[in-house]
Ligand binder design. Sequence first.
Ligand SMILES: C[C@@H](O)C(=O)SC[C@H](NC(=O)CC[C@H](N)C(=O)O)C(=O)NCC(=O)O
Ligand code: NI
Length: 124
Amino acid sequence: MKMLHTCIRVQHLDKSLAFYKEAFGFKEKKMLDYPEHKFSIVYLGLENDDYELELTYNYDHEPYNIGDGYGHIALGVDEFEELHDKQVAAGFTVTDYKGLPDSSVRYYFVTDPDGYKIEVIQNK
Ligand SMILES: C[C@@H](O)C(=O)SC[C@H](NC(=O)CC[C@H](N)C(=O)O)C(=O)NCC(=O)O
Ligand code: NI
């Protein structure tokens, strides 16, 4: 068994696609559109990684209530500080660096157009 993808529902597909492509370099792997059912699905992926992010777009949907149950989707990066600086310069909502007590793990969060938090963790 293996993990395949994580699905989030997005209000504006074009804004979400632009965000994930610009902020993280995601590429579109597959786009499924069902006008008769008024929804689309786009699978996004990173180079050298089979795990995908699935964006579900329901036509003309109100803003989603993400609630307090959602935590984050995490990405591991080598160019940690460079990516942080690039995302800040691009005007994305980015936190300062964070860390866990008694741990050398460094991470920060970027918020996507719907308010989903994406955690960026510095690869060891
Ligand atoms: C193919 C697989 O990756 C899917 O996730 S399809 C799941 C399917 N999605 C939809 O029907 C999208 C439109 C729907 N209005 C929605 O917002 O989910 C589905 O069964 N969705 C129901 C669910 O609870 O995820
Ligand atoms: Ni799915």
